[in-house]
Design a protein around this ligand. Structure first.
Ligand code: SAM
Length: 493
């Protein structure tokens, strides 16, 4: 969200609501809506289920495998690690289905099934934001271990969508609240509120843009590695309005049916307990009809608990109107080979490129050129063409009061300082560096970077979090995260 990371840290094993609780919590209309899709996909396809061995992964209470048994399956196996299975066994017995249904309590990855292979897998595996606390990884395990070649999966397709919404009032309530808590400025808490996505029901009329499908998971082919993805999106405004948040939802398809059956968890569809997931943006975007907000959504299972997700949404709203232009400001660099710390011994060339020739008639012509400094590998050194960093006028017009320092300066000095403190100033020890430009740095500002070692190790590099503030206590770099080989620590961390 806003280029920031939302790390959801609930422990799925410990906090997952039991399916019985969940069924109790469900609205009757919901039970009819999404369970009907499951029921129809089975009952309308008795020819597919007849005499087949069916596995219900994470079977919970009663309903999926009961449908399958009634649709003529030869045998149905239900597996669930929760103790709810005891109740399920009683329900099966009450309905005289014990000889057709085997219920096993345990982890799908550990139990021994009474059949070596199954013909059909059914599962209701979806979590919030499709994948949060979802058990898709377990379904994929069952598919690879037990499904016969050509076997069927119900459902077999899931598509995630994004759209942008107007939500000024609620955002003010939820995020603006921290600006004044009984007369105190609690704005540092805003950061946390902004990084936590919200599961809520969004009204259709709040949608400012068309939905944009971002990814479709085909359950026959998707692999656990595909559940970490980085996908672009492009949202086109349907009307002139403000954008406060991006929302996500998913649609489910039972493509193996004779006539495909679908259900949606979007704001246009009937209520489901998955609702929609709302990611508030730091900025309010002022968009006009047909203008486009583009960006990238990155999702990856959390390193500590793979059913938790780290989601990053970065966006850019490009318009010729400078006052409405907006960009989230989160930038990340992954260092694939060590950066040279000095230019000593390197050869550089100054390359001139003609980038435009303008015919001015009798007055002659104007040739526009660009000069780049290139090293012997053809790599271009960074240059700064932005007048905002050189003359006061643009900054004054944009409300900064004058010249502001190039964001890369604060970025680079923070990187330099962290590497000096923890990585022995050796560029080989820095693998990844990211931060969000939260507010401008003015000439003469004194910056302080606070660093936290998290102890999380990725490929031998330790995760370090940081935040940089100026001498007025304002955060200039937020969401700081880097991966470092810590060689020693000069400071008390
Ligand atoms: C969303 S519920 C679906 C329940 C079922 N469709 C129902 O409504 O009765 C997911 C179920 O999967 C179970 N589960 C999660 N991970 C599992 C695993 N690795 N092995 C077996 N069961 C699992 C949970 O205990 C939970 O009951």
């Amino acid at each position: 969200m806003n280029g920031s990371e939302q790390t959801q840290s609930a422990d799925s094993a410990g906090t997952m609501t039991s399916s019985a609780d969940r069924m109790v919590g469900m609205d009757h209309a919901e039970v009819r809506y999404f369970t009907r899709s499951y029921r129809d996909s089975i009952y309308q396809n008795r020819h597919i289920f007849k005499d087949k061995v069916v596995l219900d992964v994470g079977c919970g209470t009663v309903w999926l495998y009961r449908f399958a048994a009634k649709a003529g399956a030869k045998h149905v196996i239900g597996v669930d690690m929760s103790s709810i299975i005891e109740k399920a066994k009683q329900i099966v017995a009450c309905n005289g289905l014990s000889d057709k249904i085997t219920l096993l309590q345990g982890k799908m990855e550990e139990v021994v099934l009474p059949y070596p292979k199954v013909d059909i897998i059914i599962s209701e595996w979806m979590g919030y934001f499709l994948l949060y606390e979802s058990m898709l990884d377990t379904v994929l395990y069952a598919r690879d271990r037990y499904l016969v070649p050509g076997g069927k999966i119900f459902p077999d397709k899931a598509t995630m969508y994004l759209a942008a919404i107007e939500d000024g009032e609620y955002k003010d309530d939820k995020i603006g609240f921290w600006d004044n808590v009984y007369g105190f400025d609690y704005s540092p808490m805003k950061e946390i509120a902004l990084t936590e996505p919200l599961v809520d029901t969004v009204e259709m009329k709040a949608l400012v843009t068309d939905p944009c499908p971002i990814i479709t998971l085909d359950l026959y082919t998707v692999t656990p590695a595909d559940l970490a993805f980085k996908v672009p999106f492009s949202l086109t405004a349907k009307r002139s309005d403000f954008i406060h948040a991006v929302i996500a939802w998913f649609d489910i398809e039972f493509g193996a049916c004779h006539k495909p059956i679908t259900f949606s968890t979007g704001p246009h569809a009937k209520y489901t307990h998955w609702k929609q997931t709302v990611f508030y943006l730091r900025d309010v975007l002022t968009v006009e009809e047909e203008e486009v907000v583009s960006g990238v959504l990155e999702n990856k299972p959390n390193d500590k608990n793979k059913r938790d997700l780290d989601i990053t949404i970065s966006y850019k709203f490009e318009t010729t109107d400078n006052l409405r232009y907006s960009e989230d400001g989160q930038r990340k660099i992954t260092i694939l080979k060590p950066l040279p710390p000095t230019s000593a011994g390197k050869k550089f060339q100054l390359r001139n490129t003609v980038i435009g020739v303008y015919d001015k008639g009798k007055a002659g012509s104007v040739v526009e050129t660009e000069q780049s400094i290139v090293d012997e590998n053809g790599e271009v050194l960074n240059g700064d063409y932005n007048p905002l960093h050189a003359t006061p006028e643009p900054g004054q017009k944009m409300g900064f009061g004058g010249v502001i320092i190039h964001g890369l300066f604060s970025w680079n000095t923070a990187a330099h300082g962290i590497l000096r403190e923890l990585g022995g100033s050796d560029p080989k020890n820095l693998r990844e560096f990211q931060a969000r430009f939260a507010s401008p740095v003015l000439p003469g500002d004194k910056l302080t970077t606070e660093i936290w070692r998290t102890g999380n190790i990725e490929d031998g590099f330790e995760e370090v979090r940081f935040v940089t503030t100026n001498n007025r206590g304002k955060v200039v770099l937020s969401n700081g995260r880097c991966l470092l080989k810590v060689t020693g620590s000069k400071s008390k961390l």
